[in-house]
Design a protein around this ligand. Structure first.
Ligand SMILES: [Zn+2]
Length: 443
């Protein structure tokens, strides 16, 4: 006990645990509704950014790329092109193009944070003889040709977030690499994000987090409900998935840096019957979450009515500040420690958690990178039925710890690192892995 107390004192002497970091605070404070409004208005001027509508989609992506290039020479800007043949809502063979801007990190260059939104838009034109409620009533060819698909809340708002954070964050250095992406083909079935995430997996990239913003530009619904101080943050199952852990982290950082706005975690992957560009990343095992207004306006969404006039850039700017608090914190935090064991193929085989000599909780984890920037670790504990961590214990700069006389079977335990700069990683939880009964049980 005395030893742990000494470590706690050492930590407080050299860092400010859970303090405000000036670089994070600075980014949050620089976000303005005026800049967000300017980007949204410009994206509206392309008429339609529908994936099938070459004129507007091409002009929009060229503008986004040229803006990225103008922000900083340190942003590595490229087009990520995929040839897609005619299928489903893709009404002709076409080149689908994502716009990518990479801001290389410093001490954790191989750890990436993706900040993304889809730039394509959709104005749904119904089939002439459509019977409402009878399956897919959309005329996808007519929708492809419609020249007026302003897609303002869905999703010029999300693109404005990606572009403005690229501009602000590229003026400074961050430990982790930040990849800003404007995806296309979302409205036809997540074509851009599926192709990009699949390639990233094949390249074995280390993606620590994906922040997908989609429909963050309006603050009132068609039934007149108005919400200005809350944004929904969706994260896929299970309860201690990397995505859920990231959502808890966002809630924490929003409370710390921008308490005027509440990041409201929704513990499900997305809305009923809907999808987004975070989903393919979550399905591949990465931490990926979605931000969406709690008051979607179905009267305007996917129509010619989703205009700047019906949007709220000030609400979007508040959502940008919530994102900024979490993204900037994560970009300066040490990596989370690894608490799970994996085999030679990289398949997770189980938690590094045992009953020790019989009745203890005995924890092991791998040291977080970069080792010389880590001040130590917190062990986090909560009941299995609690949604958020209930207790945190600072245990020092070690990689093994025993909680005596504590059963591992009815609580959740996790570990997070904290940097010498006072910024924490998300919590990595010891998760139950379903047993493979082809493997003989331990004696
Ligand atoms: Zn959307």
């Amino acid at each position: 006990m005395r030893f742990a107390f000494f470590l706690a004192l050492t930590l407080s002497a050299q860092v400010a645990p859970k303090g405000i970091h000036p670089q994070v605070k600075g980014i949050v404070e620089q976000v303005t509704a005026e800049r967000i409004a300017g980007i949204m208005k410009k994206l509206e001027s392309f008429g339609s950014r529908n994936t099938n509508y070459d004129k507007g989609n091409t002009a929009a992506r060229e503008w986004i790329a040229s803006e990225f290039k103008s922000f900083s020479p340190r942003l590595e800007v490229s087009f990520d092109t995929h040839h897609i043949t005619k299928q489903g809502r893709i009404v002709k063979d076409l080149d689908l193009v994502n716009v990518v801007a990479v801001l290389p990190g410093t001490s954790q260059k191989d750890h990436e944070i993706i900040v993304c939104a889809h730039y394509d838009s959709l104005n749904v034109i119904r089939k002439k003889d459509a019977v409402p409620g009878s399956g897919d009533t959309t005329d996808w060819v007519a929708s492809a040709e419609a020249p007026n698909a302003p897609g303002m809340s869905d999703n010029a708002s999300g693109v404005s977030l990606v572009m403005e954070l690229a501009r602000l964050m590229s003026q400074q250095e961050w430990q982790k690499t930040i990849v800003f992406i404007a995806f296309s083909g979302e409205e036809q079935g997540l074509f851009g994000s599926r192709a990009y995430s699949k390639a990233a997996k094949e390249q074995n990239r280390n993606i620590d987090a994906v922040f997908n913003n989609d429909i963050i530009g309006n603050d009132y619904a068609g039934d007149d409900r108005r919400v200005t101080d809350l944004v929904n943050v969706y994260s896929g199952d299970p309860q201690d998935s990397p995505s859920r852990s990231l959502a808890r982290y966002v809630r924490e950082m929003a409370e710390r840096y921008y308490p005027a706005m509440k990041a409201n975690p929704v513990f499900r992957g997305d809305r009923f019957g809907r999808g987004g560009d975070h989903t393919p990343f979550h399905d591949l095992g990465w931490a990926a979450i979605r931000f969406t207004t709690p008051v979607e306006n179905y009267a305007y969404q996917h129509s010619a009515g989703d205009t700047f006039e019906h949007a709220s850039p000030s609400y979007a700017a508040r959502v940008v500040r919530v994102n900024a608090a979490a993204i900037a914190s994560l970009a300066l935090a040490p990596a989370a420690p690894q608490v799970m064991r994996s085999n030679a193929q990289g398949v997770i085989t189980g938690p590094n958690l045992t009953r020790g000599k019989g009745y203890d909780a005995s924890l092991k984890w791998t040291a977080a990178q970069p080792i010389d920037e880590v001040a130590g670790y917190f062990v986090s504990v909560r009941s299995t039925s609690a949604l958020y961590w209930e207790r945190e214990i600072f245990v020092g700069n070690i990689t093994e710890y025993v909680l005596p006389n504590l059963s591992i079977d009815d609580i959740v335990i996790g570990v997070r690192s904290i940097g010498k700069n006072g910024i924490e990683s998300p919590v990595a939880a010891y998760a139950l892995v379903s047993r493979n009964f082809n493997i003989p049980p331990l004696p």
